[in-house]
Design a protein around this ligand. Sequence first.
Ligand SMILES: Cc1cc2nc3c(=O)[nH]c(=O)nc-3n(C[C@H](O)[C@H](O)[C@H](O)COP(=O)(O)OP(=O)(O)OC[C@H]3O[C@@H](n4cnc5c(N)ncnc54)[C@H](O)[C@@H]3O)c2cc1C
Length: 385
Amino acid sequence: MKQIDAIVLGLGGMGASALAAIAGRGIDVLGIDQEPAAHARGSSHGGSRIIRRAYFEHPDYVPLLEAAFEGWRRLERTTDSTCFQRTGVLLVGASRSPIIEASRSSAETHGVPVELLGSDQMRIRFPQFASDRGWSGLFEPDAGIVDPEAGIRAHLEAARRAGASIRRPLKVLSVDGDDREAVVRTDQGALRTNRLVVAAGAWTASLLGDRLRVPLVPHRKAMVWFEPVDARSCSSAEMPAWLIDEGDAGGCYYGVPTWPGQPSPAGVKIGWHGSGTVVDPDASHEVGSEVIERFTADLEDRLPGVFKRPVAAQACLYTMSPDEHFVIDRLPGRGSMIVVAGFSGHGYKFAPVVGEIAADLAIDGATGRPAAFLGLNRFEADRPG
Ligand SMILES: Cc1cc2nc3c(=O)[nH]c(=O)nc-3n(C[C@H](O)[C@H](O)[C@H](O)COP(=O)(O)OP(=O)(O)OC[C@H]3O[C@@H](n4cnc5c(N)ncnc54)[C@H](O)[C@@H]3O)c2cc1C
Protein backbone atom coordinates (compact mmCIF):
# COMPACT_ATOMS: atom_id res chain seq x y z
CA MET A 1 0.00 0.00 0.00
CA LYS A 2 1.58 3.29 -1.12
CA GLN A 3 2.09 5.86 1.66
CA ILE A 4 0.87 9.37 0.71
CA ASP A 5 2.17 12.39 2.65
CA ALA A 6 -1.31 13.80 3.27
CA ILE A 7 -4.94 13.02 2.41
CA VAL A 8 -7.88 15.41 2.62
CA LEU A 9 -11.19 13.53 3.02
CA GLY A 10 -14.03 15.66 1.67
CA LEU A 11 -13.64 18.37 -0.96
CA GLY A 12 -16.52 20.67 -0.01
CA GLY A 13 -15.91 24.22 1.16
CA MET A 14 -13.35 23.35 3.83
CA GLY A 15 -11.61 20.36 2.25
CA ALA A 16 -11.02 22.14 -1.08
CA SER A 17 -9.35 24.96 0.81
CA ALA A 18 -7.27 22.58 2.96
CA LEU A 19 -6.15 20.74 -0.18
CA ALA A 20 -4.97 24.01 -1.76
CA ALA A 21 -3.18 25.10 1.42
CA ILE A 22 -1.36 21.78 1.93
CA ALA A 23 -0.36 21.48 -1.74
CA GLY A 24 0.76 25.12 -1.67
CA ARG A 25 3.33 24.17 0.96
CA GLY A 26 4.94 21.60 -1.33
CA ILE A 27 3.41 18.49 0.28
CA ASP A 28 2.31 15.47 -1.79
CA VAL A 29 -1.45 15.51 -1.07
CA LEU A 30 -4.49 13.60 -2.33
CA GLY A 31 -8.06 14.92 -2.10
CA ILE A 32 -10.99 12.46 -2.01
CA ASP A 33 -14.73 13.00 -2.34
CA GLN A 34 -17.69 10.69 -2.86
CA GLU A 35 -19.41 13.26 -5.12
CA PRO A 36 -18.50 15.34 -8.19
CA ALA A 37 -17.17 18.91 -7.68
CA ALA A 38 -19.48 21.62 -6.31
CA HIS A 39 -22.33 19.11 -5.79
CA ALA A 40 -25.60 19.86 -3.98
CA ARG A 41 -25.72 17.00 -1.42
CA GLY A 42 -23.64 18.60 1.34
CA SER A 43 -23.33 22.06 2.88
CA SER A 44 -21.56 24.21 0.26
CA HIS A 45 -24.06 24.93 -2.52
CA GLY A 46 -26.78 27.48 -3.26
CA GLY A 47 -24.79 30.32 -4.85
CA SER A 48 -24.18 32.58 -1.84
CA ARG A 49 -22.99 32.71 1.76
CA ILE A 50 -23.02 35.82 3.94
CA ILE A 51 -19.61 37.09 5.12
CA ARG A 52 -19.29 39.74 7.84
CA ARG A 53 -16.76 40.80 10.48
CA ALA A 54 -18.97 42.21 13.29
CA TYR A 55 -19.47 38.71 14.61
CA PHE A 56 -22.28 38.14 17.12
CA GLU A 57 -21.37 34.46 17.50
CA HIS A 58 -18.13 35.38 19.39
CA PRO A 59 -15.59 38.22 19.12
CA ASP A 60 -12.70 35.71 19.00
CA TYR A 61 -13.71 34.89 15.41
CA VAL A 62 -12.91 38.41 14.19
CA PRO A 63 -9.11 37.95 13.75
CA LEU A 64 -9.87 34.76 11.78
CA LEU A 65 -12.39 36.72 9.69
CA GLU A 66 -9.74 39.32 8.85
CA ALA A 67 -7.54 36.45 7.62
CA ALA A 68 -10.49 34.96 5.71
CA PHE A 69 -11.23 38.23 3.88
CA GLU A 70 -7.54 38.45 2.93
CA GLY A 71 -7.65 34.78 1.87
CA TRP A 72 -10.61 35.39 -0.46
CA ARG A 73 -8.81 38.36 -2.06
CA ARG A 74 -5.66 36.28 -2.56
CA LEU A 75 -7.62 33.35 -4.02
CA GLU A 76 -9.41 35.63 -6.50
CA ARG A 77 -6.07 37.17 -7.54
CA THR A 78 -4.20 33.90 -7.98
CA THR A 79 -6.98 32.01 -9.78
CA ASP A 80 -8.49 34.95 -11.68
CA SER A 81 -11.90 34.13 -10.18
CA THR A 82 -14.69 36.13 -8.52
CA CYS A 83 -15.85 34.75 -5.18
CA PHE A 84 -16.72 37.87 -3.09
CA GLN A 85 -19.40 40.49 -3.72
CA ARG A 86 -19.52 43.58 -1.50
CA THR A 87 -23.23 44.09 -0.76
CA GLY A 88 -22.98 45.29 2.84
CA VAL A 89 -24.73 43.31 5.58
CA LEU A 90 -27.61 44.68 7.67
CA LEU A 91 -28.61 43.16 11.00
CA VAL A 92 -32.20 44.01 11.90
CA GLY A 93 -33.92 43.66 15.26
CA ALA A 94 -35.63 45.14 18.28
CA SER A 95 -33.75 48.01 19.94
CA ARG A 96 -32.17 45.65 22.51
CA SER A 97 -31.62 42.81 20.05
CA PRO A 98 -28.91 40.50 21.50
CA ILE A 99 -27.58 39.89 17.99
CA ILE A 100 -27.16 43.59 17.26
CA GLU A 101 -25.65 44.18 20.72
CA ALA A 102 -23.15 41.31 20.38
CA SER A 103 -22.21 42.43 16.85
CA ARG A 104 -21.70 46.01 18.03
CA SER A 105 -19.48 44.78 20.84
CA SER A 106 -17.40 42.61 18.43
CA ALA A 107 -17.08 45.58 16.08
CA GLU A 108 -15.97 47.90 18.91
CA THR A 109 -13.42 45.42 20.27
CA HIS A 110 -11.83 44.87 16.87
CA GLY A 111 -12.35 48.24 15.16
CA VAL A 112 -14.77 46.98 12.50
CA PRO A 113 -16.55 49.90 10.75
CA VAL A 114 -20.33 49.65 11.33
CA GLU A 115 -23.26 52.10 11.44
CA LEU A 116 -25.99 51.83 14.09
CA LEU A 117 -29.38 52.83 12.72
CA GLY A 118 -32.37 53.88 14.81
CA SER A 119 -35.89 53.08 13.63
CA ASP A 120 -36.26 56.42 11.78
CA GLN A 121 -32.99 55.89 9.90
CA MET A 122 -34.01 52.30 9.13
CA ARG A 123 -37.25 53.50 7.53
CA ILE A 124 -35.38 55.97 5.30
CA ARG A 125 -32.35 53.86 4.38
CA PHE A 126 -34.03 50.45 4.08
CA PRO A 127 -37.74 50.96 3.29
CA GLN A 128 -38.06 47.29 2.26
CA PHE A 129 -38.41 46.34 5.97
CA ALA A 130 -41.74 46.71 7.84
CA SER A 131 -41.90 50.28 9.15
CA ASP A 132 -44.33 49.57 12.01
CA ARG A 133 -41.96 47.25 13.93
CA GLY A 134 -39.72 49.97 15.38
CA TRP A 135 -36.71 47.95 14.22
CA SER A 136 -33.11 49.12 14.70
CA GLY A 137 -30.24 48.13 12.46
CA LEU A 138 -26.50 47.59 12.40
CA PHE A 139 -25.02 48.06 8.94
CA GLU A 140 -21.56 46.77 8.01
CA PRO A 141 -20.73 48.36 4.64
CA ASP A 142 -17.62 46.29 3.80
CA ALA A 143 -19.34 42.94 4.35
CA GLY A 144 -21.11 40.94 1.63
CA ILE A 145 -21.43 37.47 0.21
CA VAL A 146 -19.16 34.74 -1.14
CA ASP A 147 -20.18 32.25 -3.84
CA PRO A 148 -19.51 28.76 -2.40
CA GLU A 149 -19.43 26.89 -5.72
CA ALA A 150 -17.01 29.47 -7.19
CA GLY A 151 -14.91 29.25 -4.03
CA ILE A 152 -14.66 25.47 -4.24
CA ARG A 153 -13.77 25.58 -7.93
CA ALA A 154 -11.08 28.21 -7.30
CA HIS A 155 -9.57 26.32 -4.33
CA LEU A 156 -9.49 23.08 -6.37
CA GLU A 157 -7.84 24.92 -9.25
CA ALA A 158 -5.21 26.36 -6.87
CA ALA A 159 -4.68 22.87 -5.41
CA ARG A 160 -4.21 21.28 -8.85
CA ARG A 161 -1.78 23.97 -9.94
CA ALA A 162 0.25 23.33 -6.78
CA GLY A 163 0.42 19.61 -7.61
CA ALA A 164 -2.43 18.06 -5.57
CA SER A 165 -4.08 14.89 -6.89
CA ILE A 166 -7.84 14.38 -6.72
CA ARG A 167 -9.86 11.15 -6.78
CA ARG A 168 -13.64 11.36 -7.10
CA PRO A 169 -16.11 9.84 -6.88
CA LEU A 170 -14.43 7.72 -4.21
CA LYS A 171 -16.34 6.78 -1.07
CA VAL A 172 -14.45 6.43 2.18
CA LEU A 173 -15.85 3.56 4.24
CA SER A 174 -13.79 4.01 7.40
CA VAL A 175 -10.75 5.80 8.80
CA ASP A 176 -8.38 5.06 11.65
CA GLY A 177 -5.01 6.23 12.83
CA ASP A 178 -2.54 6.85 15.63
CA ASP A 179 0.06 9.55 16.13
CA ARG A 180 2.23 8.27 13.26
CA GLU A 181 -0.12 7.41 10.39
CA ALA A 182 -3.73 7.01 9.31
CA VAL A 183 -5.45 4.38 7.16
CA VAL A 184 -8.31 5.36 4.85
CA ARG A 185 -10.46 2.44 3.63
CA THR A 186 -12.39 3.25 0.47
CA ASP A 187 -14.73 1.33 -1.83
CA GLN A 188 -11.70 0.95 -4.13
CA GLY A 189 -9.09 -0.19 -1.61
CA ALA A 190 -7.09 1.18 1.33
CA LEU A 191 -4.68 4.14 1.46
CA ARG A 192 -2.03 4.97 4.06
CA THR A 193 -1.02 8.51 4.90
CA ASN A 194 1.13 10.42 7.36
CA ARG A 195 -1.58 13.05 7.85
CA LEU A 196 -5.34 12.85 7.30
CA VAL A 197 -7.58 15.92 7.30
CA VAL A 198 -11.21 14.88 7.83
CA ALA A 199 -13.39 17.61 6.27
CA ALA A 200 -16.44 15.43 5.73
CA GLY A 201 -19.12 17.94 6.75
CA ALA A 202 -22.36 16.26 7.83
CA TRP A 203 -20.74 12.80 7.48
CA THR A 204 -17.95 13.53 10.00
CA ALA A 205 -19.69 11.98 13.01
CA SER A 206 -20.47 8.72 11.22
CA LEU A 207 -16.85 8.42 9.99
CA LEU A 208 -15.12 9.26 13.26
CA GLY A 209 -17.61 7.79 15.75
CA ASP A 210 -16.42 7.82 19.37
CA ARG A 211 -12.96 8.99 18.39
CA LEU A 212 -14.38 12.50 17.98
CA ARG A 213 -15.71 12.48 21.56
CA VAL A 214 -18.32 15.11 20.75
CA PRO A 215 -21.66 14.82 18.91
CA LEU A 216 -21.88 16.60 15.54
CA VAL A 217 -25.48 16.50 14.36
CA PRO A 218 -26.64 17.00 10.73
CA HIS A 219 -29.68 19.26 10.31
CA ARG A 220 -31.58 19.82 7.07
CA LYS A 221 -32.10 23.49 6.17
CA ALA A 222 -34.07 25.19 3.42
CA MET A 223 -33.03 27.86 0.93
CA VAL A 224 -35.95 29.45 -0.94
CA TRP A 225 -35.61 31.99 -3.77
CA PHE A 226 -38.29 34.68 -4.18
CA GLU A 227 -39.10 36.77 -7.23
CA PRO A 228 -39.17 40.46 -6.22
CA VAL A 229 -42.04 42.83 -7.09
CA ASP A 230 -39.53 45.59 -7.91
CA ALA A 231 -36.23 44.14 -9.19
CA ARG A 232 -34.09 47.18 -8.35
CA SER A 233 -35.16 47.49 -4.69
CA CYS A 234 -34.07 43.86 -4.15
CA SER A 235 -30.77 44.14 -6.04
CA SER A 236 -27.42 44.64 -4.32
CA ALA A 237 -27.60 48.29 -5.51
CA GLU A 238 -30.36 48.95 -2.95
CA MET A 239 -30.63 45.92 -0.67
CA PRO A 240 -27.74 44.57 1.41
CA ALA A 241 -27.61 40.97 2.60
CA TRP A 242 -29.57 40.93 5.87
CA LEU A 243 -30.48 39.00 9.01
CA ILE A 244 -33.51 39.65 11.20
CA ASP A 245 -33.11 38.71 14.87
CA GLU A 246 -36.32 36.80 15.61
CA GLY A 247 -35.75 36.94 19.38
CA ASP A 248 -37.61 34.23 21.29
CA ALA A 249 -38.03 32.14 18.14
CA GLY A 250 -34.32 31.34 18.58
CA GLY A 251 -32.96 32.21 15.16
CA CYS A 252 -32.85 34.68 12.29
CA TYR A 253 -34.44 34.97 8.90
CA TYR A 254 -31.75 36.03 6.43
CA GLY A 255 -31.83 37.23 2.86
CA VAL A 256 -29.37 37.67 0.01
CA PRO A 257 -30.24 40.28 -2.65
CA THR A 258 -29.86 39.65 -6.36
CA TRP A 259 -26.49 40.73 -7.75
CA PRO A 260 -24.75 41.07 -11.12
CA GLY A 261 -23.40 37.68 -12.21
CA GLN A 262 -25.64 35.75 -9.78
CA PRO A 263 -25.73 32.03 -10.67
CA SER A 264 -29.18 30.42 -10.99
CA PRO A 265 -31.66 30.26 -9.38
CA ALA A 266 -32.56 33.92 -9.89
CA GLY A 267 -34.30 35.88 -7.14
CA VAL A 268 -33.68 36.85 -3.52
CA LYS A 269 -32.47 33.90 -1.45
CA ILE A 270 -34.14 33.48 1.93
CA GLY A 271 -33.25 31.12 4.76
CA TRP A 272 -33.72 30.47 8.46
CA HIS A 273 -30.55 30.43 10.58
CA GLY A 274 -31.45 28.42 13.66
CA SER A 275 -31.95 24.77 14.30
CA GLY A 276 -33.40 22.60 11.52
CA THR A 277 -34.64 19.03 11.18
CA VAL A 278 -32.19 16.34 12.33
CA VAL A 279 -31.46 14.07 9.35
CA ASP A 280 -29.33 11.22 8.04
CA PRO A 281 -26.99 12.95 5.55
CA ASP A 282 -27.33 9.99 3.15
CA ALA A 283 -31.11 10.44 2.84
CA SER A 284 -32.47 12.45 -0.08
CA HIS A 285 -33.30 15.99 0.95
CA GLU A 286 -36.30 17.95 -0.27
CA VAL A 287 -37.80 21.21 0.98
CA GLY A 288 -41.38 20.59 2.16
CA SER A 289 -44.22 22.79 0.86
CA GLU A 290 -45.08 23.73 4.47
CA VAL A 291 -41.62 25.35 4.83
CA ILE A 292 -42.10 27.39 1.65
CA GLU A 293 -45.56 28.48 2.83
CA ARG A 294 -44.19 29.52 6.23
CA PHE A 295 -41.33 31.51 4.66
CA THR A 296 -43.81 33.21 2.29
CA ALA A 297 -46.16 34.28 5.11
CA ASP A 298 -43.36 35.40 7.46
CA LEU A 299 -41.65 37.41 4.73
CA GLU A 300 -44.85 39.23 3.82
CA ASP A 301 -45.06 40.22 7.47
CA ARG A 302 -41.43 41.41 7.74
CA LEU A 303 -40.89 42.87 4.24
CA PRO A 304 -44.47 43.67 3.16
CA GLY A 305 -45.18 43.87 -0.56
CA VAL A 306 -41.55 43.18 -1.50
CA PHE A 307 -41.85 39.67 -2.95
CA LYS A 308 -44.13 38.24 -5.64
CA ARG A 309 -43.74 34.50 -5.12
CA PRO A 310 -41.27 31.70 -4.34
CA VAL A 311 -39.55 30.43 -7.51
CA ALA A 312 -37.06 27.78 -6.34
CA ALA A 313 -36.05 25.83 -3.25
CA GLN A 314 -33.11 23.62 -2.27
CA ALA A 315 -32.17 21.71 0.86
CA CYS A 316 -28.73 21.99 2.43
CA LEU A 317 -27.09 20.53 5.57
CA TYR A 318 -25.84 22.20 8.75
CA THR A 319 -23.50 20.18 11.01
CA MET A 320 -24.25 21.34 14.53
CA SER A 321 -21.71 21.15 17.34
CA PRO A 322 -23.01 21.27 20.95
CA ASP A 323 -22.02 24.93 21.43
CA GLU A 324 -22.45 25.92 17.75
CA HIS A 325 -18.74 26.76 17.47
CA PHE A 326 -16.42 25.04 14.98
CA VAL A 327 -14.32 21.97 15.80
CA ILE A 328 -10.79 22.33 14.41
CA ASP A 329 -8.15 20.15 16.05
CA ARG A 330 -5.99 17.04 15.98
CA LEU A 331 -7.78 14.02 17.44
CA PRO A 332 -6.54 13.24 20.95
CA GLY A 333 -4.20 10.21 20.92
CA ARG A 334 -4.43 10.09 17.10
CA GLY A 335 -2.25 13.00 16.09
CA SER A 336 -2.14 11.94 12.43
CA MET A 337 -5.87 12.79 12.15
CA ILE A 338 -7.12 16.37 11.96
CA VAL A 339 -10.80 17.24 12.08
CA VAL A 340 -12.35 20.40 10.60
CA ALA A 341 -16.11 20.15 11.11
CA GLY A 342 -19.12 21.23 13.17
CA PHE A 343 -19.43 24.54 11.32
CA SER A 344 -22.98 24.91 12.68
CA GLY A 345 -24.32 26.89 9.72
CA HIS A 346 -21.82 29.75 9.80
CA GLY A 347 -18.54 28.34 8.53
CA TYR A 348 -18.24 28.92 4.81
CA LYS A 349 -17.00 32.50 4.99
CA PHE A 350 -13.93 31.18 6.90
CA ALA A 351 -12.96 28.59 4.28
CA PRO A 352 -9.61 30.16 3.24
CA VAL A 353 -8.34 30.48 6.82
CA VAL A 354 -9.72 27.08 7.88
CA GLY A 355 -7.69 25.54 5.05
CA GLU A 356 -4.52 27.28 6.30
CA ILE A 357 -5.13 26.13 9.89
CA ALA A 358 -5.73 22.56 8.70
CA ALA A 359 -2.43 22.73 6.80
CA ASP A 360 -0.62 24.05 9.91
CA LEU A 361 -2.02 21.21 12.02
CA ALA A 362 -1.25 18.58 9.38
CA ILE A 363 2.29 19.73 8.58
CA ASP A 364 3.57 21.41 11.79
CA GLY A 365 1.29 19.73 14.34
CA ALA A 366 0.14 23.13 15.66
CA THR A 367 -1.07 26.49 14.38
CA GLY A 368 0.07 30.00 15.23
CA ARG A 369 -3.36 31.36 14.29
CA PRO A 370 -5.73 32.32 17.14
CA ALA A 371 -7.93 29.22 16.82
CA ALA A 372 -7.34 27.49 20.19
CA PHE A 373 -10.92 28.37 21.22
CA LEU A 374 -12.13 25.94 18.52
CA GLY A 375 -10.20 22.96 19.94
CA LEU A 376 -11.72 19.74 21.25
CA ASN A 377 -10.50 20.24 24.82
CA ARG A 378 -13.30 22.79 25.43
CA PHE A 379 -15.68 19.81 25.68
CA GLU A 380 -13.54 17.84 28.13
CA ALA A 381 -15.16 19.39 31.23
CA ASP A 382 -18.52 17.96 30.08
CA ARG A 383 -17.23 14.40 29.81
CA PRO A 384 -18.04 11.94 32.54
CA GLY A 385 -14.85 10.79 34.26
C1 LIG B 1 -28.60 26.76 3.91
C2 LIG B 1 -27.23 27.10 4.43
C3 LIG B 1 -26.88 28.44 4.58
C4 LIG B 1 -25.62 28.78 5.06
N1 LIG B 1 -25.29 30.10 5.17
C5 LIG B 1 -24.04 30.45 5.53
C6 LIG B 1 -23.64 31.80 5.51
O1 LIG B 1 -24.41 32.70 5.15
N2 LIG B 1 -22.35 32.10 5.84
C7 LIG B 1 -21.46 31.13 6.21
O2 LIG B 1 -20.31 31.46 6.50
N3 LIG B 1 -21.81 29.83 6.24
C8 LIG B 1 -23.07 29.47 5.92
N4 LIG B 1 -23.45 28.15 5.92
C9 LIG B 1 -22.53 27.14 6.45
C10 LIG B 1 -21.50 26.71 5.46
O3 LIG B 1 -22.04 26.61 4.17
C11 LIG B 1 -20.88 25.40 5.93
O4 LIG B 1 -20.35 25.63 7.22
C12 LIG B 1 -19.77 24.92 5.02
O5 LIG B 1 -20.20 24.90 3.69
C13 LIG B 1 -19.32 23.54 5.48
O6 LIG B 1 -18.40 23.01 4.53
P1 LIG B 1 -17.79 21.56 4.73
O7 LIG B 1 -16.62 21.48 3.83
O8 LIG B 1 -17.60 21.28 6.19
O9 LIG B 1 -18.96 20.55 4.25
P2 LIG B 1 -19.34 20.08 2.78
O10 LIG B 1 -19.23 21.21 1.83
O11 LIG B 1 -20.62 19.35 2.86
O12 LIG B 1 -18.17 19.07 2.40
C14 LIG B 1 -18.06 17.78 2.93
C15 LIG B 1 -17.63 16.88 1.80
O13 LIG B 1 -17.21 15.62 2.30
C16 LIG B 1 -17.61 14.64 1.39
N5 LIG B 1 -17.69 13.36 2.10
C17 LIG B 1 -18.38 13.11 3.22
N6 LIG B 1 -18.26 11.81 3.58
C18 LIG B 1 -17.49 11.22 2.65
C19 LIG B 1 -17.03 9.88 2.46
N7 LIG B 1 -17.36 8.89 3.32
N8 LIG B 1 -16.25 9.61 1.39
C20 LIG B 1 -15.90 10.60 0.51
N9 LIG B 1 -16.34 11.88 0.64
C21 LIG B 1 -17.11 12.19 1.69
C22 LIG B 1 -18.97 15.11 0.90
O14 LIG B 1 -19.33 14.52 -0.33
C23 LIG B 1 -18.74 16.62 0.81
O15 LIG B 1 -18.34 17.01 -0.49
C24 LIG B 1 -24.70 27.77 5.44
C25 LIG B 1 -25.05 26.43 5.27
C26 LIG B 1 -26.29 26.08 4.76
C27 LIG B 1 -26.66 24.65 4.61
